[in-house]
Design a protein around this ligand. Structure first.
Ligand code: GRF
Length: 212
């Protein structure tokens, strides 16, 4: 992703708690994402704690309530807001709303999402519970580019953890969340570096390509 010497501006979309957003903000604050800044935090849910936190932090923020609105209309408002804030990279951080094809096309290969399973296993809601009840021994999280299909785009980063004998679905979700916070920063750093190519479904680091 090339923005020349200018900082890379993130647009964070969230619906709830916002712990992934806070982890990204903390990575920026502590210098782990040099040249990156949060341009705007957008929520589709008025009560989201993540939105409240963004306001407290003095970040630019916006609320577009999505309930009862047509997807394309809502997404057009969000798109206009992201553009008005000069957003380069959109980060979905617990954004509980499917995106319209128009939105995906507008920001193609510039939207990241985080999902609490090792995709393509357990897409959709309650992925941690799905994995726990399925009985997998290893699970984790995935940061991927967003395409038109749910939890489907090119994978940028995955982090795996074992499912412990002592786990229940709740403790497992908590341990996955710790990995999510690491994975999202790693994925943003990778994308911002621009040192990659997308080959079919594969994200390939350019350093690896150079060795070929
Ligand atoms: C995370 O588990 C993320 O993987 C999923 O939604 C949850 C959001 O959590 N997409 P938070 O709002 O970032 O705390």
């Amino acid at each position: 992703m090339s923005t020349g010497d200018k900082p890379v501006r993130l647009g964070i979309l969230l619906s709830g708690r916002g712990s992934n957003f806070l982890a990204i903000a903390e990575s920026i604050r502590t210098g782990r994402l040099p040249g990156v800044q949060v341009a705007v935090v957008i929520s589709n849910v008025a009560e989201s704690a993540g939105l409240a936190k963004a306001r407290e932090m003095g970040l630019a923020s916006a609320l577009f309530v999505s309930r009862g609105r047509k997807r394309a209309e809502h997404d057009a408002d969000v798109t206009a807001c992201l553009k008005a804030h000069g957003v380069d990279l959109v980060c979905l951080a617990g954004y509980m709303r499917l995106l319209s094809p128009e939105f995906v096309a507008e920001f193609r290969n510039r939207i990241l999402n985080i999902h609490p399973s090792l995709l393509p296993a357990f897409p959709g809601l309650d992925a941690q519970e799905q994995a726990f009840h399925y009985g997998v021994k290893i699970t984790g999280c995935t940061v991927h580019f967003v395409d038109e299909h749910l939890d489907h785009g090119v994978i940028v980063v995955q982090r795996a953890i074992p499912v412990l004998e002592s786990d229940d679905a709740h403790s497992l979700a908590g341990r996955i969340l710790v990995e999510e916070h690491v994975a999202y920063t790693e994925a943003i750093a990778r994308v911002v570096s621009g040192e990659y190519e997308i080959q079919g479904r594969r994200y390939v680091k350019r350093t690896v390509l150079a060795q070929d």
